[in-house]
Design a protein around this ligand. Structure first.
Ligand code: F6P
Length: 340
């Protein structure tokens, strides 16, 4: 068989480990692989590169993606969808492995409904893909955010300040949750809960009274009403660029104005998306990439490789797309245990 592989959507650590796993698993079973560049754009515009085992031999621990990525949705226009199908034919691709989050996997689902032979691999630092316990990229991004919070703790303590750390995550609060839990935040604000200003201020005051400083983790997706930084600009899939709204800076202004406590904010943005993947992400990406090849070899097109309760399985792309996995009440309850 001839495999094709692409990485779409926002990049995250672990993509190269997954590409490596696809290429080497396929090669081990006697099959070849080529890469499409910059996500679905490469398949639409016929941008490819060879992927020999030697090309992926030393990328398991590198960040980014050697294939490049974009937020292109070729299925929004029928003419572009036709190009995707004809390019698959031109390159005689028997199985396409699409590595991405909800947008990329939704495009894969579209391809499958048009008869394309595709298998998905879920990735995103947001950890919001439905049907899988974890996505790779999340552990690495959250580890970076925890490191940032620990650094902020030092300086917040020295200056007796409150500091807000804004983290990514779009409309799911997994990164904020993990950062708050593992980094010991006094209050964590997620899009899954309505914003309650009075309660948040109480936690900040309590932490400053007992310890002399406060740490607040805020997910970029929380709703603080209309904000000055919002441009409303959207990507190809219709998502607003939430980072531009600046919820962390706005929270810092509100805390300082309402409590009189000197407050600062930090936004780590795309720093969360770079750097080497953690051990967890390397292993997860490796397992999922290899599993996707196995699913394709078994003819299970239209499925996505997922992790459930520690084991790998394949589920229909339709089950993993269309709705995002949000932080559950059980997690929220655990998080509240540690609020100041
Ligand atoms: O979906 C991953 C993600 O990193 C989100 O957490 C964030 O909102 C978004 O991508 C940023 O997108 P861009 O790369 O277009 O700035």
């Amino acid at each position: 068989m001839k495999f094709g592989v692409l990485t779409g959507g926002g990049d995250c650590p672990g993509l190269n480990a997954a590409i490596r796993a696809v290429v080497l698993r396929a090669a081990r079973k006697g099959h070849s692989t080529i890469g499409f560049l910059d996500g679905w754009k490469g398949l639409r515009d016929n941008l490819t590169r060879p992927l020999l085992p030697a090309d992926v031999a030393s990328i398991v621990g590198t960040g980014g993606t050697i294939l490049g990525s974009s937020r292109t949705n070729p299925f929004a226009k029928e003419a572009e969808a036709a190009l995707v199908l004809s390019n698959l034919k031109t390159h005689q691709i028997d199985a396409l492995i699409a590595i991405g989050g909800d947008d990329t996997l939704s495009a894969a689902r579209e391809l499958h409904t048009r008869g394309g032979h595709v298998v998905g691999v879920p990735k995103t630092m947001d950890n919001d893909v439905a049907g899988t316990d974890w996505t790779f990229g999340f552990d690495s991004a959250s580890t970076v955010a925890v490191d940032a919070l620990e650094r902020l703790r030092d300086t917040a303590g020295s200056h007796h300040r409150a500091i807000v750390l804004e983290v990514m995550g779009r409309n799911a609060g997994w990164v904020a949750l993990a950062t708050g839990l593992a980094g010991g935040a006094d209050v964590t604000l997620l899009p899954e809960e309505p914003y309650r200003e009075e309660a948040m201020l109480e936690h900040v005051r309590a932490a400053c009274t007992t310890r002399g400083y406060a740490l607040i983790v805020a997910s970029e997706g929380i709703d603080l009403g209309s904000l000055a930084g919002s441009t409303g600009s959207q990507d190809d899939f219709g998502h607003e660029l939430l980072r531009e709204r600046g919820v962390g800076a706005e929270l810092a202004r509100r805390i300082e104005r309402r409590t009189g406590i000197e407050t600062r904010s930090a936004q780590i943005g795309h720093i969360q998306r770079g750097g080497p993947p953690t051990l967890f992400d390397r292993i997860l990406a490796t397992r999922l990439g290899a599993k996707a090849v196995d699913l394709a070899l078994a003819g299970r097109f239209g499925e996505v490789a997922v992790l459930r309760g520690g084991a790998l399985t394949g589920i229909p792309l339709s089950e993993a797309t269309g709705s995002s996995k949000r932080v559950s009440e059980e997690w929220l309850d655990l998080m509240r245990t540690f609020e100041a």
